[in-house]
Ligand binder design. Structure first.
Ligand code: ZN
Length: 776
């Protein structure tokens, strides 16, 4: 064998050996590393102004955020390498030079000075910790370091190291450490702070700058001097940086919202649309309000504030106190479905406008009426009184019940239900239809989130915009800006054309016409129209244009207030998560009070007006009949009337007010107000012959359920008949099964209740009407 051949064989076996070892290191099972790779990192949340809101804790209390190496400042990486492993890029897991140096240092000093652990070895120890730091542990770390070096690139090792290095105090990785000690992001650190941080992991107790600033500062200064030839900073800078370090109390804002987002969002750094300053103010106001009415047994509250133009959420308060276990503070009140009562009425009125059923001056009946056929529905008002004929504006602003049910009966429950689904009321999908005509009075259960967002359509010209919680990229914000292009309204008078010009974003859709939305906004911002529904109008007084709608449901189980300015929409809910009833009326104006306070806070300098409906003119109308004001009308007001109606003479003068021979004003009510009229003592008359003959109750096809009253009184069915156009006829002929009798005006009478199917026929001159009903 010649020398060359020998050499080749030797070299060959070396290569083979190296490849075998490498393969072993690379492919031998390493379960601890697999576990480590999938371990959790903290997620950090910021508000729109980059205020830190939360860093979530992982593994039972550790803050450990992840920052890719390319986003870590070079100087910080340099400091970390200098501190722990300056030959990192030149060894393969074990730094032989450092081992020899450490061996001699330890020999001469008789104590451990330099560990000689490479970054790969330290990472190996983080991945698979040993209980003791002895020679065997060192061997294990070294072998595991080789395995890491075989599996990962140098950069990958360094990145894992920078993000997992323990700093004590349950803080791991430089990102969280920078926040914990300096209240800064990595990119905000100055050079001295970087070196102060870099020395901590060596001895987290001794070098904690918040506890031993001098030790930390000196070590940092020493490390800095060693790291370069040209010294540009002086010692004081390092001592000062250490001196200013503090142990941070981790912030805990927006607990409910963060909890919600954690369910879906997987990003480690999340910027929310919210504003911490507004949130703090809202939380304070809500807390004070609850404090003020302790006796009323209201223990929970929730609040949501939205920016109209973007759908951005600015404030989200889920409960009075997250940590309050007695009242389930961790429940998110923004997401809990509740009956929201009258606060739902504007959605119905807007639809009635778009269906052509009403204009602001249209008269609606607020009189005792029955609705439905198989399920008889008899709505009562807030104060159990009826107002007779009311203009639509008054009916909505004063939140009257009968007119609302009357409108829903006309529109139909199902079409309205689908309109509500369009508006985003997904909670109604469960059993919203079961509420039937009660939907008019807010009997379906919806969340404050759905309600507040839906309410913003009125300030948004009838367009629904999905809520936005996160600021994802600059693109999205640009798109929102583009959406706010100024345009000439008259030129785009048609909604369809306007929607194309405005370029609705994904998820945005038109729900109501621009005019319906603007008229609703006008009505709900009309302070004078609210009078008959509420005594307290002061709550709604603002220095800027604003609209409000309140609601209570289930004997004050839930009280809610909605408010909008042209820029913002707010919803405030108060009640109890356990469904307990609030005591009496106490506090029913409280949500509105808080809503107004928060709107005051955000609207300081912006006094933008609500937009006026297009193609409408302000005309003087009779405040009772809603018709064009005549010379006999005692009270008149200004109202929006379609310009077209005025031009085409469809805007008639008041026919209710007349003057008798004595010169006194008399009021003649239309026939449909008969029952209400006969129960009140008015100085007026009723125009009995103003409509065709009609049986108002019972309803055709209705079913009555007979029950024993117990006090011996016989049950009766109330019959109500109106109209009859023949002015010369005086009596009504009634045929009830086999019986026959006559009735005089007003045609309001009772018939006995008997089991079975019945026929009722009435006749007035040439007119007649017939119905059937059943008693079971
Ligand atoms: Zn009049």
């Amino acid at each position: 064998m010649n020398k060359l051949k020998k050499l080749l064989v030797t070299a060959g076996s070396f290569v083979l050996c190296a490849v075998t070892i490498f393969t072993l290191f690379k492919f031998s099972p390493f379960p601890a590393f697999n576990r480590f790779k999938s371990h959790e990192y903290s997620r950090s949340f910021y508000d729109r102004n980059n205020e830190l809101l939360q860093v979530t804790s992982v593994d039972g209390g550790i803050r450990r955020e992840y920052t890719p190496l390319k986003n870590i400042p070079d100087e910080l990486v340099k400091a970390a390498l200098k501190a722990e492993d300056e030959n990192f890029y030149f060894h393969s897991g074990l730094d032989l030079f450092a081992v020899v140096r450490a061996f001699f240092q330890n020999l001469t000093n008789r104590r451990r000075v330099s560990g000689a652990s490479t970054i790969s070895m330290q990472l190996a120890r983080m991945i698979s910790p040993s209980p003791e730091r002895n020679f065997t542990a060192k061997i294990k770390d070294t072998l595991n370091a080789f395995r890491l070096e075989a599996r990962l690139s140098k950069k990958q090792i360094l990145e894992l190291y920078m993000n997992n290095l323990p700093f004590g105090n349950n803080v791991e990785g430089f990102t969280s450490a920078a926040k914990y000690f300096f209240d800064k992001e990595l990119t905000e650190l100055n050079l001295a702070e970087m070196y102060c941080l870099a020395v901590i992991p060596r001895r987290p107790g001794l070098y904690n700058p918040a506890i031993n600033p001098e030790e930390n500062g000196n070590a940092a200064w020493k490390l800095y001097k060693e790291s370069r030839k040209k010294i540009e900073w002086n010692e004081d800078a390092f001592l000062l940086a250490a001196e200013l370090a503090e142990e941070k109390k981790w912030p805990f804002y927006f607990p409910h919202l963060v909890n919600e987002i954690l369910k879906e969002e997987k990003n480690t750094k999340i910027k929310l649309t919210v504003d911490l300053q507004i949130q703090k103010f809202a939380e304070f106001e809500l807390k004070s309000a609850l404090e003020n009415i302790k006796g009323a047994r209201i223990n929970n509250a929730a609040l949501l504030l939205i920016e109209n133009s973007s759908g951005n959420v600015l404030a989200w308060v889920g409960s009075n106190d997250w940590f309050d276990e007695e009242y389930s503070g961790q429940i998110d009140g923004v997401k809990v479905p509740n009956q929201m009562g009258s606060s739902m009425k504007p959605f119905l009125y807007a639809m009635a406008m778009d269906e052509g059923l009403i204009k602001p001056n249209t008269i609606l009946p607020d009189i005792p009426l029955e609705f439905g056929s198989d399920k008889i529905y008899f709505p009562l008002n807030f104060n159990n009184r009826f107002n007779g004929p009311v203009r639509s504006r008054m009916a909505l602003a004063s939140s009257l019940n009968v007119p609302a049910v009357y409108l829903l009966d006309k529109i139909g429950v199902e079409p309205y239900y689908h309109k509500l689904l369009d508006l985003g009321f997904n909670s109604l999908l469960n059993d919203g239809l079961r509420a039937d005509l009660g939907l008019a009075l807010g009997a379906g259960e919806v969340t404050l989130e759905e309600l507040t967002n839906a309410f913003s359509v009125f300030a948004n010209d009838g367009i629904y915009k999905p809520l936005v919680l996160e600021i994802n990229s600059d693109e999205k914000n640009l798109a929102v800006k583009e959406n706010e292009i100024e345009y000439d309204e008259d030129f785009y008078a048609d909604d369809d054309i306007l929607d194309q010009v405005e370029k609705l974003l994904p998820g945005q859709k038109r729900i109501y016409s621009r005019n319906a939305a603007r008229i609703i906004a006008d009505i709900l911002s009309d302070k004078s129209a609210r009078v008959s529904g509420f005594g307290f109008t002061q709550t709604f007084e603002t220095k800027y244009p604003s609209m409000f709608k309140t609601g209570t449901a289930n004997q004050y189980q839930n009280i809610v207030a909605l408010g909008s300015t042209p820029s913002y929409t707010i919803g405030v809910w108060m009640g109890n998560f356990n469904g307990n009833t609030v005591v009496g009326k106490t506090g029913s104006s409280l949500p509105a009070y808080v809503a107004k306070k928060v709107l005051d806070f955000v609207t300081e300098y912006n006094f933008e007006e609500f937009k006026k409906p297009l193609g409408y003119v302000r005309e003087k109308i009779c405040s009772l009949s809603g018709m064009k004001a005549g010379e006999n009308c005692p009270n008149t007001i200004w109202e929006y009337i379609p310009e077209k109606d005025v031009d085409e003479n469809k805007f008639d003068e008041c026919s209710w007010h007349h003057r008798n021979e004595d010169g006194k004003t008399i009021t003649i009510y239309p026939a449909e107000f008969q029952k209400w009229f006969s129960s009140e003592n008015f100085a007026g008359t009723l125009d009995y012959n103003s409509s065709p003959l009609k049986i108002l109750s019972p309803k055709d096809g209705g079913i009555f359920y007979k029950y024993e009253s117990g006090n011996g009184q016989e049950e009766k069915i109330q019959v109500e008949v109106i109209g009859g156009l023949d002015v010369n006829e005086k009596v009504l002929k009634v045929f009830y099964d086999d019986e026959e009798f006559t009735v005089e005006r007003p045609f309001s009478f009772e018939i006995p209740v008997e089991l079975g199917r019945h026929n009722l026929t009435v006749q007035f001159g040439q007119e007649s009407e017939s119905i059937n009903f059943t008693v079971e």
